[in-house]
Design a protein around this ligand. Structure first.
Ligand SMILES: C[S@@+](CC[C@H](N)C(=O)[O-])C[C@H]1O[C@@H](n2cnc3c(N)ncnc32)[C@H](O)[C@@H]1O
Length: 335
């Protein structure tokens, strides 16, 4: 909510500063104070806003413009005309100072008005771009500038960390903040973690902050560029991580085993699961993300054998009307 000042003519009680608090208590107690307005402070006096014509307290009644705080919705749609308002989406993503919004085809002619409304309501936003979907191996968003500055690089703050990226060249989802927090609450200091689809390293960095050692991979060279910057900007020591620009399926892990594996490539992950199952240490955990139908027809147990157990299944967020992003926590048994 944002505050907006509006002015109306109302009665005030003028008292000197030394009696201001006493007057306020009296007016409040008697129900004379107009709580919809603010006190006006002057040189050694205060004007208390009243809901009555006069009061039995020493002081002068002054009729003047009152200052009212009107709570104004931060919902940018309140700045749109009726025709657009009902169709415009309530929610949108924010990456740092960039707002990323999806619009139905009927609104394409109004994208400038929508961007303007967003810029006016969210003063921290300097760029508004239209999101026409995520595509390809690198999961890049199809973005087009519709308002503000033409700059897709920003710094996003999340759980006390900062992630910088050009969101037209790498994947980043602010909607995973809670999930990243969940995973970092599970780890033990000193764990060896594989972040197999690391992007600009938000999972890796949040786990490195908890004392884990990271091996991180991403096939997008731009992801590596920003990830290295982010490790450094978040104060992660170089001996705590290795980031390789490689496909997970091509990477030679030699005899390495991991205490934990993050598999966050949810539109295309199932056929990588077998390799990950062989890389996790006994008692280790794989966090496997998959877009699944909401009707629960997908069962992870069909994809793991009795050496493994699904110890947790959570919906991270809705993905489409019929599907959600699920997180499966798969543990390798000790025997
Ligand atoms: C959904 S994004 C997740 C990024 C990151 N984990 C995050 O939370 O922001 C998937 C990432 O996997 C990368 N990727 C896609 N296929 C890959 C593969 N076969 N091997 C390694 N990385 C891959 C993409 O470039 C993309 O950055």
């Amino acid at each position: 909510m944002q505050n907006l000042i509006k002015i109306h003519l109302i009665n005030h009680l003028k008292v000197t500063n030394d009696r201001a608090e006493e007057a306020k208590e009296f007016l409040k107690d008697k129900g004379y104070l107009n709580s919809n307005y603010l006190p006006i402070k002057g040189d050694n006096f205060v004007l208390w806003p009243l809901i009555v014509e006069s009061v039995p307290f020493e002081g002068k009644i002054i009729r003047c413009d009152g200052i009212k705080y009107v709570k104004q919705s931060r919902d940018y749609r309140s700045k749109l005309n009726d025709e657009i308002r009902d169709l415009a989406p309530r929610s949108f993503d924010i990456f740092g100072e960039i707002a990323i919004i999806k619009l139905v085809d009927d609104l394409r002619n109004y994208e400038k008005e929508i961007a303007e409304a967003l810029l006016l309501s969210h003063t921290n936003v300097r760029t508004v771009c239209l999101d026409s979907g995520v595509h390809g191996e690198f999961r890049l968003r199809d973005l087009r500038l519709i308002g503000g500055e033409n700059n897709f690089v920003s710094i996003h703050k999340e759980n006390g960390m900062e992630f910088e990226a050009d969101i037209s060249k790498v994947y980043f989802s602010p909607r995973l903040a809670t999930e990243r927090e969940r995973i970092s609450s599970l780890v033990q200091h000193g764990e060896f973690v594989l972040d197999a689809f690391a992007g600009v390293a938000p999972f890796s960095i949040s786990l490195a902050k908890k004392g884990c050692k990271l091996l991180s991979l991403d096939s997008n060279p731009e992801a590596k560029k920003w990830a290295l910057k982010n490790f450094s900007n978040n104060g992660i020591s170089k001996n705590q991580y290795n980031f390789y620009n490689s496909k997970f399926e091509d990477f030679d892990f030699k005899s390495k085993k991991f205490d934990r594996i993050i598999m966050n490539n949810p539109t295309n992950c199932l056929h990588y699961l077998e390799k990950a199952l062989n890389l996790v240490a006994k008692n280790g955990t794989i966090h496997f993300y998959n877009i699944c139908p909401k009707d629960e027809t997908f069962s992870i147990t069909n994809h793991i054998n009795s050496d493994y157990e699904c110890i947790g299944k959570n919906i991270v967020h809705a993905y489409s009307p019929s599907s959600s992003l699920f997180a499966f926590d798969i543990r390798r048994n000790s025997i």
